[in-house]
Design a protein. Structure first.
Length: 252
């Protein structure tokens, strides 16, 4: 991750806005990085899978008694960070292995489609499709689903959680069972329109990417949408569905 951070910081914004550069040079290198299985905590295994046609990988704790990970009593679905365009389940494998180890939950990390080839709304659609696919295949009504994401993945997770909550509220019956049971957001990037607050200069040395590069990546993801559109920057929403899942927010 430190390699990606330094690469993003040193890459001129003009190159980050070049689809040819990203697709032919930067993404093939950055998005192919993966933690070897031998580096993971003891008792955690990795399993590639497709859910509703969406690729991803499971991090499976040995303590899980389910024959299939999708049939576990509780499941965490994760949207990895990486400025929407970068990273993969492989880059987040060690982190999510630790999450699986501590929580004793199977974790499915979604390998969503990425800009510039697939800007908004495709990444979020993949995350939503994976969630719906797992719900359709659930083994029992008591099965619980949690959604999470870090950085840009937190943006996607928050928007999917809102969509799920809003649609569940329009159903006449069973809306409660259609809601997520929890939402985990780690330093979510939920306002893509802002690069002027003092934190951008005060924390420039530790931020994932500087303001100029962040703006370039944000525009790449937003496509034809304005950066202050609440579907692009959900942190700007003034109201939320009453049935939005309980949120655990960590930032700093």
């Amino acid at each position: 991750m430190s390699m990606l951070r330094e690469t993003a910081k040193r890459t001129p914004p003009s190159l980050l806005q070049s689809p040819r550069f990203l697709q032919n040079i930067m993404q093939p290198v950055v998005n192919s990085v993966a933690w070897p299985s031998m580096t993971l905590p003891v008792g955690i295994s990795v399993q590639s899978d497709r859910v509703a046609g969406v690729p991803g990988e499971w991090l499976l704790p040995s303590s899980s008694s389910a024959e299939e990970p999708s049939q576990a009593e509780r499941i965490l679905i994760w949207a990895h960070g990486g400025a929407f365009a970068f990273c993969s389940p492989g880059t987040h494998r060690y982190f999510l292995a630790r999450v699986a180890e501590r929580s004793e939950l199977p974790v499915f990390c979604v390998d969503y489609r990425k800009p510039p080839a697939f800007p908004f709304p495709e990444p979020g659609r993949d995350l939503l499709a994976a969630y719906r696919g797992l719900r359709r295949n659930r083994s029992a009504g008591s099965q619980k689903f949690f959604l999470g994401g870090d950085s840009a993945g937190g943006n996607l997770a928050l928007e999917v959680a809102r969509t799920v909550a809003e649609r569940s509220e329009t159903q006449e019956q069973g809306s409660a069972s259609d809601c997520l049971h929890g939402l985990v957001l780690l330093s979510p990037w939920v306002d893509l329109s802002d690069t002027s607050l003092p934190t951008w200069s005060e924390n420039k040395s530790v931020d994932f990417i500087p303001a100029e590069q962040a703006t370039a990546i944000a525009r790449l993801y937003a496509g034809a949408r304005c950066l202050d559109d609440v579907q692009i920057s959900p942190g700007l929403r003034s109201s939320w569905p009453r049935s939005l899942a309980p949120v655990l927010l960590e930032y700093g």
